[in-house]
Design a protein around this ligand. Structure first.
Ligand code: ZN
Length: 211
């Protein structure tokens, strides 16, 4: 069987099972969405936000890109952020990196070309800004994992400085930003840091090492 057909078969089984367990499920989905969370994560196929948090459809607005980066001029991310915060009024925005991130590793080791190389410029800036701390982490794998952690920190601060987040904080909208990492070795999400309206962004330090 062609592999993609497996996806369609699995989808039929999923929909039938859900309808069987919750007959009203899909008719409620049609009404609209009211997620509490915006998830910004890596595109890596091993990092599946809804599965690893057991979040049902409707629970999470999601944006994913290589190495969970926040580019100031990324209309894709900025429009997702604006809609999630200003219209859906999510209460939590999570940036989640992960152990062994290929994008972060490539930003360190090089060898990328084209669009991927241009995309990773942001991550290379993080590497330059935290070079001493990353180098001090030890072996290559440990250095990459420390890079993953400080990358989440820097992206979360970038996110906090966007107009959307600054306006929500100024309006005292209930909103917290969370920096997490997912450990693919044990399947556990490890929290790193939080940013709230009262957080002084210039004073946000490097998170404790958890990977
Ligand atoms: Zn990744």
């Amino acid at each position: 069987m062609r592999a993609y057909r497996q996806l369609l078969l699995a989808n039929k089984a999923w929909a039938a099972e859900l309808k069987d367990e919750h007959p009203e499920f899909f008719s409620r989905q049609v009404i609209g969405q009211q997620p509490e969370f915006l998830w910004i994560g890596c595109s890596d196929s091993r990092v599946s936000p809804e599965q690893m948090t057991m979040t049902p459809p409707g629970g999470m607005f999601i944006h994913r890109n290589i190495a969970n980066l926040v580019h100031d001029d990324d209309l894709n991310l900025l429009s997702v952020l604006q809609y999630a915060v200003a219209v859906l009024r999510v209460k939590h925005v999570i940036i989640c990196g992960h152990h062994g991130c290929g994008g972060v590793k490539a930003a360190m080791t090089g060898g990328t070309t084209g669009s991927v190389d241009a995309w990773l410029a942001n991550a290379r800036e993080v590497l330059v800004d935290h070079a001493a701390e990353i180098a001090a982490a030890g072996e290559k794998e440990a250095q990459i994992n420390r890079f993953v952690e400080v990358n989440v920190r820097d992206q979360l601060v970038r996110l906090a400085r966007t107009d959307t987040i600054q306006e929500a904080f100024a309006a005292q909208q209930p909103l917290q930003l969370h920096g997490w990492v997912y450990d693919i070795r044990d399947g556990l999400i490890k929290p790193l840091m939080e940013i709230e309206a009262s957080t002084r962004l210039d004073d946000v330090g490097a998170p404790h090492k958890v990977l």
